[in-house]
Design a protein around this ligand. Structure first.
Ligand SMILES: Nc1ncnc2c1ncn2[C@@H]1O[C@H](COP(=O)(O)OP(=O)(O)OP(=O)(O)O)[C@@H](O)[C@H]1O
Length: 318
């Protein structure tokens, strides 16, 4: 039986997904995953794979099923049906050795206890066969000045950094990051990005959820967009949704109104415009879609009542 996810995918997304399915180096394999609470399917036939060494972002609106999917993969929730495999193991049956190969940063912080940052990290490091150096991890998350402070006395953003530190202390093969940078100040977020890049360079595979689309664009190799429990698009992060979604727009003001022309040859459009007007076009700009623009189009298309206007040359509100 074909799930809603496959039916909802564009032909391109199905191709991309099928290519992924052939990858025998997968550290995560999810196929037709379903999680129901009573009659309601909160994950409804999701399928995707993550290759070894890859950073994969799972993107979607609140309530789309991202955390449920991740928690099934971490072994914290049972699934109703479908395949879930993490490092070759069914997460529902994962051994302690299997768990030691994972790093987990849950969505909500649990670290409020009566230990200092350094004590807590030392404590957790003992559970792993080849942990990272505690002080290196403290420096990597930018908590040097707070290393001797009680975790419960830290700010929300600092406690979140402790969560990230605990997620990487065991030198995981596969790192789950569920909205890791919520509450981070901009500098801490940039520092976190550098940390993730160095983990990637060491070969760590990463499954990331985030509502910060710039974060996904910076860090992820591939992404899947989940809406209503189904994957509606999947692919390389800068190709998500297909070439059309990434078509640049030329915008200018003419006779008091903004105009927009979407084109793959913006230089030619600008030249033709300049020649037609005989003067420099007012308010001229060439705008390339960001991942956030593409994401919003995909989510809009998944909910047809909010689908964006597809006109290629139209007036836009100034
Ligand atoms: N134990 C539960 N019982 C019933 N429904 C649940 C339960 N846990 C989660 N849900 C529902 O499942 C849906 C998906 O939740 P989930 O936390 O996976 O979404 P999400 O994509 O991670 O959202 P967010 O971006 O807000 O974190 C939500 O509608 C949520 O209310």
């Amino acid at each position: 039986m074909r799930g809603r996810a496959e039916r909802a995918l564009s032909p391109r997304a199905r191709e991309e997904q099928a290519e992924g399915m052939d990858n025998h180096q997968s550290v995560v394999r999810v196929h037709e995953l379903v999680k129901r609470y009573g009659e309601r399917a909160v994950v409804d036939g999701a399928s995707f794979e993550i290759a070894r060494g890859e950073t994969f972002a799972l993107l979607g609106p609140n309530g789309a099923g991202k955390s449920t999917t991740i928690e099934i993969l971490e072994g914290y929730r049972d699934r109703t049906s479908g395949v879930a495999e993490v490092l070759g193991t069914d997460p529902g049956k994962g051994s302690l050795d299997w768990k030691r190969r994972l790093g987990i940063v849950l969505q909500s912080s649990g670290e409020t206890g009566n230990a200092t940052v350094r004590e807590q990290l030392r404590h957790f490091a003992r559970f792993y066969p080849a942990p990272r150096d505690v002080d290196e991890v403290i420096a990597a998350v930018g908590l040097e000045a707070q290393a001797g402070q009680l975790i419960r006395k830290l700010s929300g953003g600092q406690r979140r950094r402790v969560d990230v530190a605990l997620g990487i202390i065991g030198r995981p093969e596969l790192l789950f990051l569920d909205e890791p940078t919520t509450g981070f100040d901009p500098e801490a977020r940039r520092r976190f990005w550098d940390l993730i890049r160095s983990l990637k360079a060491e070969g760590t595979s990463i499954l990331l959820t985030t509502h910060y689309l710039d974060e996904a664009a910076q860090l992820a190799d591939r992404a899947g967009v989940i809406a209503g429990g189904s994957i509606v698009a999947i692919g390389a992060v800068h190709e998500l949704g297909g070439a059309e979604a990434w078509t640049p727009a030329v915008r200018w003001r003419e006779e008091g109104r903004m105009h927009e022309h979407r084109t793959t040859t913006p230089g030619a459009v600008v030249a033709a415009l300049q020649s037609r007007l005989g003067v420099e076009p007012q308010g001229l700009e060439i705008v390339r879609p960001t991942l956030e623009d593409v994401y919003l189009q995909l989510i809009g298309a998944a909910e047809p009542t909010t689908a964006p206007d597809a006109a290629t040359d139209r007036e836009v509100r100034s």
